[in-house]
Design a protein around this ligand. Structure first.
Ligand SMILES: [Zn+2]
Ligand SMILES: [Zn+2]
Length: 212
C-alpha cells in the first residue's frame, strides 16, 4: 500500500493518541484535512463527526509507520551516533526510506530493539517474533551469489584496473541488472540480454545489490 509521507506522519499521530495514550478517537484538528482524506480513501481511518478512528487495517499500518520511525531513530542514535537535536530530523527522513523488508534487516542489525532512544516502545515485526539473528545482506559480490540470484550492479571494485577495464568493455556498469546463472567451471551471468563467463576474481569485483 502506497501512503504519502504526510499520510504516514498522521498515522503515527493516530497510533500515539489511540494505541499509546488510550484516547478513544483522534480530533480532526490534529492534522491536515487532505491527509485525513487520503487515509480515509485508503480505508485506514473512519470518522464519527469531528473525531476519527483507525480501522483494523489502519491500526496495522499505523503500527508499521511508528515502527519505522522509531527504528530510524535507533539507527541514527546507535549507528550514525548523531547529536540529539539532529536526530529527529534525520530519523524522519530515514523512516520513509525503510521500505518493506529493509526495516527487518535494520531491526535485526540493531538486535531487535524494544524501545526508541526516547524510551517509547517499538512495535515488533516478523523478525522480532522469529528472533532472527541473520541479516540478509543487501550487497554481495557476484562470486558469493547463488545461481538464479539477481539484482542490480551496485559498484565495481576499482583495485585491479585491467579487470575493471575488461568489465567495462563488456558493458558491465553500475545500475545494470545482473543474474548469476552458474558458478562452475566458470561464473556465468546474464546482463543486458547477453551472457558472459568470467573467472572468480572478476566475479568478486562485481558487487550486486540483491533483491530482498
Ligand atoms: Zn523516539
Ligand atoms: Zn526485529
Amino acid at each position: 500500500m502506497k501512503i504519502s509521507e504526510n499520510g504516514q506522519e498522521l498515522l503515527e499521530k493516530f497510533w500515539i493518541a489511540i494505541e499509546e495514550k488510550g484516547q478513544p478517537s483522534f480530533k480532526a484538528s490534529g492534522g491536515n484535512p487532505e491527509d485525513f482524506m487520503e487515509l480515509k480513501l485508503l480505508g485506514l481511518i473512519h470518522n464519527a463527526t469531528t473525531d476519527w478512528k483507525l480501522t483494523a487495517r489502519g491500526s496495522v499500518e499505523a503500527g508499521r509507520a511508528i515502527r519505522r520511525h522509531r527504528l530510524g531513530e535507533r539507527l541514527v542514535a546507535d549507528i550514525l551516533q548523531t547529536e540529539n537535536e539532529q536526530m529527529e530530523e534525520q530519523a524522519c527522513r530515514l523512516e520513509h526510506a525503510l521500505v518493506e523488508g529493509l526495516d527487518e534487516s535494520i531491526c535485526t542489525l540493531l538486535g531487535h530493539p524494544v524501545f526508541c532512544p526516547h524510551g517509547n516502545p517499538i512495535p515488533p515485526g516478523e523478525c522480532c517474533r522469529e528472533n532472527r539473528t541473520k541479516v540478509d545482506r543487501l550487497i554481495a559480490p557476484l562470486s558469493e551469489c547463488k545461481p538464479g540470484q539477481s539484482g542490480q550492479i551496485a559498484y565495481l571494485r576499482m583495485s585491479h584496473p585491467a579487470r575493471l577495464q575488461k568489465l567495462m568493455s563488456m558493458g558491465i556498469l553500475p545500475g545494470g541488472q545482473i543474474t548469476l546463472l552458474q558458478r562452475s567451471p566458470s561464473f556465468v551471468f546474464e546482463s543486458g540480454y547477453s551472457q558472459f563467463a568470467v573467472d572468480e576474481d572478476i566475479a568478486s569485483d562485481i558487487h550486486v545489490r540483491l533483491k530482498i
